[in-house]
Design a protein around this ligand. Structure first.
Ligand code: MLT
Length: 327
């Protein structure tokens, strides 16, 4: 009887192993969901759609974008953390994933315990912009006016902890003012309201700010990187305009629920590498002033290392600033 049970157990284990191998050979055999934690039409959505299209071609399965917006990007992260760990759900997110871990006191997930890195995507600066008819001659004049106007300035952002919110916070701290903040589900809708003149100020990623600046629908005053952006060469850096040490560069990465099979992570990472080497993707990134990480930085391991460093950085920065949010 004992040996019969042993034989059944061995046969079951062998079957499970061969099924696993067969599954990994055919992976992916259905569409993959890529969660974007902000509204459609914003920078994270734009990057996800561009990269996702190329990845669909490589993986021979559709990468379907699902916008799960809200609470500064933490709703989308929660959706990923609770998804099946079967290699069919991924998330694109930026530094707000790391900042949110310290900012939000009641997250429904454990950022490091439930989520793992798959590969870095792009990095780039933000641009301090205003509605078109905002009256300031240049960046220096804008910063002086923001200081004087205080809470008369309405500043849009994509929710507490989003890049646009963190950029806003940095600007307020540097200028020692308090704006009236307007939170949106992403900078897509925030940008619409800036273009419509409903809010005064938005610090948005170059990805979606540059086309509007070039189309003259909003005004650009300063970029948040150390160097100017060659696609909007007339816009000075915030440092050039007198904000000493003001620098804010953001980056996106792909994430999976922790425990996703290594074969799936590796295949999706390979498809991401192909996308990031694609001349069309690179040209579209360059057009909007955002850049691809170097090949050696794009492995899941290198991304995980950067993610953990970013978590520690934001814990320190937000702890010192005493900033927190409910969820
Ligand atoms: C978005 O896609 O709306 C942005 O990434 C939001 C932000 O972090 O500012």
């Amino acid at each position: 009887m004992k040996s019969l049970l042993r034989n059944i157990a061995a046969a079951t284990a062998a079957l499970a192993l061969s099924m696993g191998a067969a599954a990994s050979q055919t992976y992916p055999n259905r569409h993959i969901t890529l969660i974007v934690p902000y509204a459609a039409g914003g920078p994270s959505d734009a990057i996800a759609r561009l990269v996702g299209q190329s990845m669909s071609e490589t993986l021979k399965q559709q990468v379907v974008i699902e916008n799960v917006a809200g609470a500064g990007g933490t709703m989308g992260a929660a959706r990923l953390a609770k998804a099946d760990k079967d290699g069919y759900t991924f998330l694109i997110h930026h530094i707000a994933l790391a900042a949110g871990a310290s900012l939000y006191k009641n997250l429904s997930y454990d950022t490091l315990g439930d989520i793992e890195a798959v590969g870095l995507v792009n990095y780039g600066p933000m641009v301090v912009t205003t509605k078109k008819d905002y009256q300031a001659a240049d960046a220096k004049a804008l910063f002086a006016k923001l200081k004087t106007d205080g809470d008369k300035t309405t500043a849009a952002h994509a929710g507490v902890g989003s890049n646009s919110h963190l950029c806003n916070l940095l600007l307020q701290q540097t200028l020692d003012v308090k704006f009236t903040e307007a939170a949106y589900r992403g900078t897509g809708p925030a940008m619409n309201d800036l273009m419509g003149g409903k809010v005064d100020l938005l610090c948005d990623q170059s990805t979606t700010a540059v086309p509007q600046i070039q189309g003259n629908t909003i005004k650009a005053f300063a970029v948040t990187s150390k160097d100017r952006l060659n696609v909007i060469p007339d816009v000075p850096t915030a440092q050039e305009a007198g904000l000493k040490d003001f620098e804010f560069v953001i980056w996106h990465g792909l994430y999976a629920p922790k425990g996703t099979p290594r074969e799936a992570i590796s295949k999706v990472n390979q498809a991401l590498q192909v996308a990031l080497e694609d001349p069309n993707v690179r040209a579209r990134f360059a057009d909007v002033g955002t850049q691809v990480f170097g090949a050696s930085e794009r492995s899941p391991e290198a991304h995980q290392k950067r993610f953990e460093k970013e978590l520690a950085t934001w814990k320190d920065v937000l702890g010192k600033a005493g900033v927190s949010a409910g969820n």
